[in-house]
Every structure is written in structure tokens, then in C-alpha cells.
Design a protein around this ligand. Structure first.
Ligand code: ADP
Ligand code: MG
Length: 243
């Protein structure tokens, strides 16, 4: 089975240090895959490689069967198909929530405000923020700003979404509303990969959990087996620290 996204032998070095050391990963259409592992294990770098923010040194990344990591290919069309949201939401402070969400589709697809207003309004409604569209970022809570950042990525109509520890900077009482957005996206069939420290969430919803250690996937499987009966000593040690 190859699935929606399929990585084989992906490697990435920074200078002399190889931080992604031969990763194979399959993500099926509509699946949610969670990447867990200690700080520095390579989760962010792997996500950045998948949407070509970092060029890989070796290996293949197939999206619908086509290798997108082939040297010399224009990364921009791929980045439109694979959205990414980071821990720091970085909304433009001088633009309203709706303007932030419309910016990339206006630039990239050349669509005007009037044409975008319908679909963008629908996204704000879908995620419970219809009454916040005309607010500026500093008038929104951290959780609301992160939800706007997710809407901004969804406005590009991506086929896959990557989330890099998007709840890590939030006050604990705001984490739930952002996880609810992920839950809803998963229910609606979005294919997604999350780097996360939210083990309860991964356990509840992931189709597959991958434990990264030193730039390799040391162990992967459904949450029921990875959390309850990890086969590797290093996975057990990590889980005993975080669970
Ligand atoms: P994680 O997200 O799991 O914490 P990262 O992917 O951020 O891990 O980092 C993996 C390793 O790669 C770390 O040792 C980090 O210092 C290193 N690294 C990440 N980005 C760069 C970079 N741009 N230049 C040099 N080293 C980097
Ligand atoms: Mg990281």
C-alpha cells in the first residue's frame, strides 16, 4: 500500500550532522499520524521536509504516487497542496482575522476579496469563529489566534495538513479549543500529520503513532499497541517520562 503520502529513505543533514536518518512513512488518505519523541529527535525537520521548506538530501516523498522531493522541482505548487501550521501563529497584527486568512489565496491564486469572502466565511463558521472575523489578532486569545492560523492554512484548500506542536505555546485552558479543531478536521476526512506532546489526544485519535529517536522512526503503530505495549526500551523510557 502506498497511500496519499509515502516517504522512503528520507535523509537530511545540517552541515555534518544528519538529523533525519532514513525515514520510511506511509500516510493513507484521511489518516491522522502523530509524531512523538523527545526535543531534538527530528519531528519539526521531518515536517519541514515533507512540505519542502527544507530540501531533502536523499530519498523519495511521493504525493499521490509522484515524487515531490526530486531535485530541481519547483516546491511552490507542492506547498500549496500541503499546508503547515506552527507553534507560533504569526498572524499579521495590522490585518483582521479574515484579511489574514485571505492573504495567501489572494496572492497565490489571484482571487479577489469578493470571491474569497464566501469560502473564508464558511471556514470561520465551521470552526466557531464567525463573530471574530473582523477582529485584529491582539483582540483575540492565543487559542483563537491559533484557530485563525489553521483557517489561514485551510483557505489554500490543501490536501494534507501538517501541524508542528501547535498547542505548545498556549495556556493550558486554551489547548482544548485548538485540539477540537483538529478533531473536527480529522472527522471531516483531512489527511494530517502532527508533531505533538498531547499524548492523550494522540492516543484517542491517531490512526498511527510514530516514535522518533535520533532522526529515525524507532517504532510505529496504532496507539493501542504503541502506548500500551511498546516494543523498544527507548520508547518505554520516553513514555514513562511523558505519560
Ligand atoms: P524536534 O522538532 O523533534 O525537537 P528538530 O527537527 O527541531 O527536532 O531538530 C532535530 C535536530 O536538528 C536538532 O539537533 C536540531 O538542533 C537540529 N536542527 C534543526 N534545524 C536546524 C538548522 N536549521 N540548522 C542546524 N541544525 C538544525
Ligand atoms: Mg520541533
Amino acid at each position: 500500500m502506498t497511500g496519499k503520502l509515502s516517504l522512503r529513505g528520507v535523509r537530511k543533514s545540517f552541515g555534518d550532522t544528519e538529523v533525519i536518518r532514513g525515514i520510511d512513512l506511509d500516510v493513507g488518505e484521511g489518516e491522522m499520524v502523530c509524531l512523538i519523541g523527545a526535543s531534538g529527535s527530528g519531528k519539526s525537520t521531518l515536517l519541514r521536509c515533507i512540505n519542502l521548506l527544507e530540501p531533502v538530501d536523499d530519498g523519495t516523498i511521493r504525493l499521490d504516487g509522484v515524487d515531490i522531493a526530486e531535485p530541481g522541482l519547483d516546491p511552490r505548487p507542492v506547498r500549496r497542496r500541503i499546508g503547515i501550521v506552527f507553534q507560533s501563529y504569526n498572524l499579521f497584527p495590522h490585518m483582521t482575522a479574515a484579511e489574514n486568512a485571505m492573504l495567501a489565496p489572494r496572492r497565490v491564486h489571484g482571487r479577489d476579496r469578493a470571491a474569497l469572502m464566501g469560502p473564508v466565511t464558511a471556514l470561520f463558521r465551521r470552526f466557531g469563529l464567525a463573530d471574530r472575523m473582523d477582529h485584529y489578532p491582539d483582540q483575540l486569545s492565543g487559542g483563537q489566534q491559533q484557530r485563525v492560523a489553521i483557517i489561514r492554512a485551510l483557505a489554500m484548500e490543501p490536501e494534507i495538513m501538517l501541524f508542528d506542536e501547535i498547542t505548545s505555546a498556549l495556556d493550558p485552558e486554551l489547548v482544548g479549543e485548538v485540539l477540537d479543531v483538529l478533531r473536527q478536521l480529522h472527522r471531516d476526512g483531512m489527511t494530517m500529520i502532527l508533531a505533538t506532546h498531547e499524548m492523550g489526544f494522540a492516543r484517542e485519535l491517531a490512526d498511527k503513532v510514530c516514535f522518533l529517536d535520533g532522526g529515525v522512526i524507532l517504532e510505529q503503530g496504532p496507539p493501542s499497541s504503541l502506548f500500551s505495549a511498546p516494543s523498544q526500551q527507548r520508547t518505554r523510557a520516553f513514555l514513562s517520562r511523558v505519560l
